[in-house]
Design a binder for this molecule. Structure first.
Ligand code: F6P
Length: 542
């Protein structure tokens, strides 16, 4: 990948100039001036997903300049580097090939070695195992079929599997899924209350198998299990590992045949397509899991083959950069109007913020431009009654992605039509505010009209799908992955490492020793020391 300062490109400078004249533009006028705006600024993907970006603060010039920026920053070449397995994760000396996991009909090579065989063989192993569990023929230590699956992992080893199993609940079989990530014992203890050791499988999911929280939870789960099973040989029926590391799961006591491996070229937050998705497959079956992979593959093909002007992830990335780097809007909200997708914003909080929350560029210099935005969100319509006040009338402008299916999995009276009415109403209100003629009289003539006024001009993308199926969810996830990738290329940062989480982990080890033993004397800053002293004092009198 080329190392370029985005702000020194001709397009960036032109965008700056364009911004000066365009910043007063209002969506109300942009729509009035162009009856074809929706047609021009929306893209239909396979007649399954419509991405409407017309309610954004852009015009033809904005898009043209942004696309030029992508060209000047060599985005098309970077896409090839990504898919060809170049070691674009330089600081960890790794390739980034999660896309290979969904490319099941082609031979993929990495470092001149065919990797497709390994991908297929792990997928087959997952299929064989999940079929056995789902059919009831995998038995626990007392001869009973499995009823509960506990996925123990954190970050990418938890958020992805948890988000997808929730989003695809309508495809779920009889198995009860549980996710334990937090080292706060509460989560594990609450799961213990719901499961039986005789009928539960634990999947210890950790790329490194060294993550403190996961190993702690795994050890406690093993202890709990052995309290009942009384024989370590029974671990074989109940404990599984998903990891890049084979040695550590073996040391933990997991049978070699119970280890599902993956590779260093799969980043943690992009790992749900690998064996990390085992709990997804257990929950929805192999056929559906393959449809999920297929959806992501379709979006990959769109990303590689579509001209920048019609390329959905690229356009979403560029529009995001327009707000982040020219309007100085700092956050983006993801708002799924589908209750099953309630973990989608949290998933992309990690996806985006761990990828692009960086301040050093690819030349090793401190960036002089904004990098990744703050991502947050909640499912609709709950969010409307929580934080939409600020979205509509606050002093901050928050670009939002509204996502909804036209068809719900749950048809109940008029619920879905009401949900969708709200969905369409919100983007309309955000864009046009009280400029909408049919509301004017309510707002202009009333006593507190100033408070009731809506300026509008608040940008949104509307992502409308037919239904949240495994295929469509796969497309949507890949769409956001590629958006994040494109932005990282333009920010000229390394999107696939996560050094920022290391310092806290190291300090926690030192703190642990000082909490464990008050005579383990270390001099901390006065705040930290004061907190530790109070911890020991309160423990002493307890
Ligand atoms: O928090 C940092 C991180 O490395 C994430 O990137 C990753 O998803 C998570 O920890 C879990 O790591 P592992 O799968 O190795 O336990």
């Amino acid at each position: 990948m080329k190392n370029l300062n985005p702000t020194c490109t001709a397009s960036w400078k032109k965008l700056n100039k364009h911004f000066e004249t365009f910043k007063t533009a209002h969506l109300y006028k942009l729509f009035n001036d162009d009856v074809n705006r929706f047609k021009k600024f929306s893209i239909l993907f396979e007649n399954k997903i419509l991405v409407d970006f017309s309610k954004n603060l852009i015009d033809n010039t904005t898009l043209r300049l942004l696309i030029n920026l992508a060209k000047e920053m060599h985005v098309p070449e970077a896409i090839l580097d990504l898919f060809n397995g170049e070691k674009i994760n330089k600081t960890e000396n790794r390739a980034v090939l999660h896309t290979a996991l969904r490319n099941l009909n082609n031979d993929i090579y990495y470092e001149n070695k065919l990797i497709s065989n390994e991908i297929h063989s792990i997928l087959k192993k997952m299929e064989y195992f999940s079929n056995k569990v789902i059919s009831g023929s995998w038995l626990g230590y007392t001869g009973k079929s499995i009823t509960d699956i506990v996925n123990i992992g954190i970050g990418g080893s938890d958020l992805g599997p948890c988000m997808v199993t929730e989003a695809l609940r309508p495809y779920k079989n009889h198995l009860n899924m549980h996710f334990v990530s937090n080292v706060d014992a509460t989560q594990l203890i609450e799961v213990f209350k719901k499961i039986s050791p005789e009928t539960t499988i634990f999947i210890i999911c950790s790329k490194t198998f060294t993550t403190q929280e996961t190993i702690m939870n795994a050890c406690s789960a093993k202890k709990w299990f052995l309290k009942y099973a009384q024989n370590i040989l029974f671990l074989k029926n109940h404990f599984f590992a998903v990891s890049m590391n084979i040695k550590k799961p073996l040391q933990f006591g997991i049978d070699i045949s119970n280890i599902f491996t993956f590779w260093d070229w799969v980043g943690g937050r992009y790992s749900l397509w690998s064996a990390v998705g085992l709990s997804i497959m257990l929950s929805i079956g192999c056929k559906n899991f393959k449809k999920f992979l297929k959806g992501a593959y379709a979006m990959d093909q769109h990303f590689i083959n579509t001209p920048l002007e019609k390329n959905i992830p690229i356009l979403l990335a560029l529009i995001g950069i327009w707000y982040n780097n020219f309007y100085n809007m700092e956050t983006e909200a993801i708002l799924p109007y589908d209750q099953y997708m309630h973990r989608f914003p949290a998933y992309f909080q990690q996806g985006n913020m761990e990828s692009n929350g960086k301040c050093i560029d690819r030349t090793g210099k401190l960036v002089e431009w904004q990098t990744g935005p703050i991502i947050w969100g909640e499912s609709g319509t709950n969010s409307q009654h929580a934080f939409f006040q600020l979205l509509h009338q606050g002093t901050k402008i928050i670009p939002c992605d509204f996502i909804a299916p036209i068809f719900s999995h749950n048809v109940l009276d008029e619920h879905h039509i009401i949900l969708l009415s709200n969905f369409f109403a919100q983007t309309q209100a955000l864009a046009f505010g009280s400029n909408l003629n049919f509301f004017k009289k309510d707002y202009v003539n009333s006593k507190y009209s100033i408070y009731k006024n809506f300026e509008g001009n608040r940008p949104t993308n509307t992502i409308l799908c037919k239904k949240i199926t495994p295929y469509i969810l796969g497309c949507l996830i890949a769409m956001y992955e590629h958006k994040i990738f494109t932005q990282g290329v333009i920010f000229n940062i390394y999107s696939f490492d996560q050094w920022g989480v290391e310092l806290g982990k190291k300090l926690a080890q030192k703190l642990y020793l000082s909490l464990k033993n008050k005579y383990n004397f270390r001099k901390f800053d006065s705040s930290t020391q004061g907190l530790i002293d109070l911890y020991h004092n309160w423990n002493f009198f307890n």
